[in-house]
Design a protein around this ligand. Structure first.
Ligand code: NDP
Length: 394
């Protein structure tokens, strides 16, 4: 992996329109995930539990075949988060990339063979979700499905897996809040906010697509946010300095612009004219939690901003969603940062930061954002069955 970072990144720049800096991070993330879990086989500890009349041991056994269904938004990392710990726990893996973005997965499969992973241990199977993905769900030898994608398809996958009581991990949509209190370092919060939502052109399940700002700081925050959004370099991702590229497809652009057309846009950044599914970074103001732009996952470079009056209202508004994946809290009061983090029903919260993903900490959603956790020290266990063995000393 380490020797192929630029090659893999280049494939993603061309196939998915990712920026070079993102794509290099994504390839490096797979390398780091593999490195981290490479020591897991020796650490798949069982326990020895005191019992009368003998000795009791638990062991972690691999599940068998694991099917990993990957979406188009982060083709490399999401594949790696599944196959890294799954292989480390002794499973074999079938990996289905999204039809729109199969290139890096195919190359990862080749690199695995070159690195000595035996044929059939990591098998990349490109194809339609309704065919290849469904086969993971229905094939009795696949004992676990890891699905990342839309909440709608995730529910179908979960229902299908129930037929065979098959293990399933779901990483689904999000509508995460970025809560900015008046006591925050507003320069820092406003400078970070565009990257928290417009990264990967907003096609990120962790995108902080709702910004909640305490009313007394609202005007100042917006006046700082506007230049930060306008300064974002939205140019051809083949240009190394690009900070945001186009959307993945005409269909995705249509779904994003449909949502934007139903709102009042406060201001936008720039985007190139001409070829490419470009949508400029867009900021929308709203005071209605019922508006579609406030409730629905946009999966594009659009953020909605709303004012709140106090901490309790901020928590209520942040939690008024069927999703619960991530979120940020900007405040200089660390007691408040911790308190609000505990009250927001989401799996990944950051105080004075918008970082959600580290391969060595757990990642996953509350409510309809998902089921189960990926990454972190416990991930290999999620690809095992725990067996209990009692040996009598009689
Ligand atoms: P999907 O949920 O349709 O696709 C995700 C993955 O699931 C793809 O590999 C897809 O295959 C596969 N798939 C599709 N249907 C089935 C099925 N019936 N059984 C098994 N696997 C299936 O997402 P879309 O690409 O249609 O994106 C739509 C919306 O979903 C986005 O606008 C966004 O809101 C959300 N989304 C969320 C993501 C997240 O990270 N949480 C990631 C991607 C999308 P294929 O595409 O090859 O047919």
């Amino acid at each position: 992996m380490d020797a192929h970072i630029d090659e893999l990144a280049g494939l993603e720049v061309r196939n998915a329109g990712h920026t070079w800096s993102n794509a290099r991070w994504e390839a490096g993330n797979v390398r780091d995930v593999l490195n981290y879990y490479s020591a897991a086989p020796e650490r798949l500890f069982g326990r020895q539990i005191p019992v009368a009349g003998g000795i009791d041991l638990t062991i972690h056994e691999p599940l068998g075949v694991v099917g990993i269904i990957v979406p188009w938004n982060f083709p490399m990392p999401i594949a790696g988060w599944g196959f890294g710990p799954a292989l480390a726990a002794g499973n074999t893996v079938g990996l289905k990339p999204a039809e729109l973005t199969p290139l890096t997965a195919i190359r990862l499969g080749e690199l695995a063979l070159e690195a000595g992973v035996p044929e059939g241990v990591l098998t990349v199977i490109p194809g339609k979700g309704t065919v290849v993905g469904q086969r993971f769900v229905t094939h009795p030898l696949v004992r676990k499905v890891c699905f990342t994608g839309s909440t709608e398809v995730g529910k179908q996958v979960m229902a299908g897996c129930a037929e065979q009581v098959k293990r399933v991990t779901l990483e689904l949509g999000g509508k995460s809040a970025n809560v900015v209190f008046a006591d925050a370092d507003l320069d820092q919060a406003a400078a970070a906010a565009p990257y928290a939502v417009f990264d990967n052109a907003g096609q990120d399940c962790c995108a902080r697509s709702r910004i909640l700002v305490e009313r007394s700081a609202y005007d100042q925050f917006l006046s700082l946010l506007e230049p930060a959004v306008k300064d974002l370099r939205v140019v051809d991702p083949a240009d190394e300095s690009s900070e945001m590229g186009p959307l993945i497809s005409a269909r995705q652009k249509q779904s994003v612009t449909d949502l934007v057309d139903a709102t009042t846009v406060a201001f936008t950044g720039s985007a190139p004219e001409g070829d490419g599914f470009w949508v400029p970074p867009t900021v929308v103001l709203t005071d209605s939690p019922q508006e579609r732009i406030w409730r629905e996952e946009v999966f594009g470079p659009v953020v909605a901003v709303m004012a709140f009056d106090d901490e309790a209202e901020a928590v209520t508004l942040a939690n008024d969603t069927e999703y619960g994946l991530s979120g940020s809290i900007y405040t200089r009061d660390l007691g408040r940062g911790l308190r609000v983090s505990r009250r927001i029903a989401a799996g990944n919260l950051s105080v004075n930061s918008h970082a959600s993903v580290r391969y060595w900490t757990p990642f996953g959603g509350y409510k309809q954002s998902g089921l189960g956790r990926e990454l972190g020290p416990d991930a290999p266990n999620a690809f095992t069955e725990e067996k209990n063995i009692f040996i009598s000393d009689e």
